[in-house]
Ligand binder design. Structure first.
Ligand code: ADQ
Length: 470
């Protein structure tokens, strides 16, 4: 069996993290790494005045973890800059927020090269290398330059933007050319595959992929496919029933005081549609006097990237809208919008999901959105809640039995909230069962195994290119 090497910006496995709080993605990758005796390489999250390439090795839950420190300038230009101020907004269709600076570009190139040079000696002849996400798009190019001939796959966790948006990035062609040094490029959705293929056609005149997803450009043939990421269903189903999950469920239920809870759980990010969600909830309260004091919205929004101005602005706007809603509708003993910025353990979160009658997942753009799947997996089968899901989340392609909404349509969202709250038990069960079947079939193991199978030479099942090619 080939050894697997996972590379990502940060390694989300650490000995400091207790059981119940390890993320689903980390757990999924850790399983594959344990099985193959592989290793996970990434930035330590620490800085050092001068980059040394010294690797910190650790064993975490049977997995070898290799981390490097970066220089403060690297962090500024590569991570804060090119990754989070250039690629993240651009790939979420926010060209108005996209900051492009040549120094970011240079930092991005420098760190990818440093990663390649540091990782090179750790790669054995038969290893499969699996690179994750937009931070490391050029890594294969830099590894190839170091003489690495192994199979290398890339998985993009966020959407691939449409060609007219992508071409606003100076150096878009360089980015795409670098991707052709991979053997497999995996996207979350067939829509992203199509956007990538659309770019190749419009910008480079390249023919669409063959039936196996193979496309040739820049002198190399790569395979494309959609590999929708899933969750580990048992973690949430069991998490909700675990002592911590039960405790948080009970605590939530006690605090309901007979009211129905609508729940949002997101990183505080402009792609998640939080402001639009608040405004739709305000619309709903304004239209449904009979629901006043009978419901509340709990929005958990963990702070992220608050060194970026766009995130600080969003945070200020959310504070203001939340204050306005509570001022307008609140009573002495009812807070219509509970707004919380803290993080929770996974099993606590499972208990909170289970107590919510409605899961409100309404991003403006999202690669997949795991919260939608976690919400479904945590429900009580006898009395499940209703998922309201944005059509712009990758998950919508697999979760047609949710109430699918357009987050830009305030009144439509308000209507969906009312429909969800009023939905009879029988319909809730029917929709939940269908959703649960999908979440269970397309879980993390299915995602991981299909990607790895497609990466191996000649063994891969044909990857998905379009919805009708499943
Ligand atoms: P994210 O943008 O972070 O991920 P998402 O898929 O929703 O979005 O994952 C968030 C994760 O963080 C979930 O597992 C959730 O449980 C957890 N989380 C959120 N708030 C939390 C809190 N307050 N406390 C504890 N945990 C919390 C990126 C892409 C997505 C893609 C994923 C995986 O943007 O589109 O689905 O990667 O590929």
């Amino acid at each position: 069996m080939s050894r697997l090497i996972v590379v990502s910006n940060r390694v989300s496995l650490s000995n400091d993290v207790g059981a119940g709080s390890i993320g689903g993605l980390a757990a999924a990758l850790a399983t594959a790494l344990r099985e193959s005796g592989g290793l996970w390489f990434g930035w330590s999250g620490e800085t050092t005045p001068t980059f040394s390439g010294q690797i910190g090795l650790e064993r975490v839950g049977g997995v070898t973890v290799a981390k490097v420190d970066l220089e403060p300038q690297d962090v500024d230009e590569y991570y804060n800059g090119y990754a989070n101020k250039t690629l993240w907004p651009l790939f979420h269709d926010r060209i108005d927020l996209t900051a492009y600076e040549r120094s970011f570009d240079a930092g991005y190139a420098r760190v990818n090269q440093r990663f390649a040079e540091t990782l090179r000696p750790l790669i054995g002849p038969d290893d499969l290398v699996w690179v994750h996400d937009y931070h490391l798009a050029p890594l294969a190019r830099d590894l190839r330059a170091q003489g690495v001939r192994n199979r290398i796959g890339f998985f993009l966790h966020i959407p691939w933007p449409a060609q007219p948006l992508l071409v606003t990035l100076p150096g878009h062609r360089k980015l795409v050319e670098a991707l052709f040094q991979y053997d497999l490029i995996g996207f979350q959705t067939t829509e992203s595959v199509s956007a990538f293929v659309g770019y190749l056609g419009a910008e480079l005149g390249i023919a669409p992929p063959d039936a196996d997803g193979r496309v040739t450009a820049f002198g190399r043939t790569v395979r494309l496919g959609a590999f929708p990421i899933g969750i580990n269903v048992e973690d949430f189903a069991e998490g909700a029933r675990s002592p911590t999950g039960e405790e948080s469920h009970q605590r939530m239920r006690d605090s309901l005081a007979g009211r129905q809870m609508i729940l949002g759980v997101d990183r505080l990010d402009y792609s998640k549609g939080l402001e639009e969600r608040f405004v739709a909830y305000e619309q709903f309260l304004g239209e449904h006097e009979e629901q006043l004091e009978k419901v509340f919205l709990l929005q958990i929004a963990t702070l992220s990237r608050d060194y970026v101005e766009a995130y600080q602005d969003l945070r200020a706007r959310l504070d203001a809208v939340a204050g306005r809603i509570n001022g307008r509708f609140g009573t002495v003993d009812w807070v219509p919008l509970r707004y919380v910025n803290s993080g929770f353990r996974q099993d606590e979160l499972a208990g909170i999901y289970r107590a919510a009658r409605v899961g409100l997942v309404t991003p403006l753009r999202d690669g997949m959105n795991l919260v939608a799947k976690e919400y479904v997996a945590s429900q009580d089968p006898a009395d499940p809640g209703v998922l309201i899901l944005s059509r712009f989340a990758g998950a919508a392609g697999q979760m047609a039995d949710a109430l699918i909404v357009n987050p830009y349509d305030r009144e439509g969202m308000a209507e969906a909230i009312q429909q969800a709250l009023a939905m009879p038990l029988e319909e809730r069960r029917r929709r939940w069962e269908a959703l649960m079947r999908g979440v269970t079939a397309d879980d993390t193991a299915a995602w991981r195994e299909s990607f790895i199978a497609a990466l191996k030479p000649e063994t891969g099942r044909r990857p998905r290119l379009a919805d009708d090619a499943a």
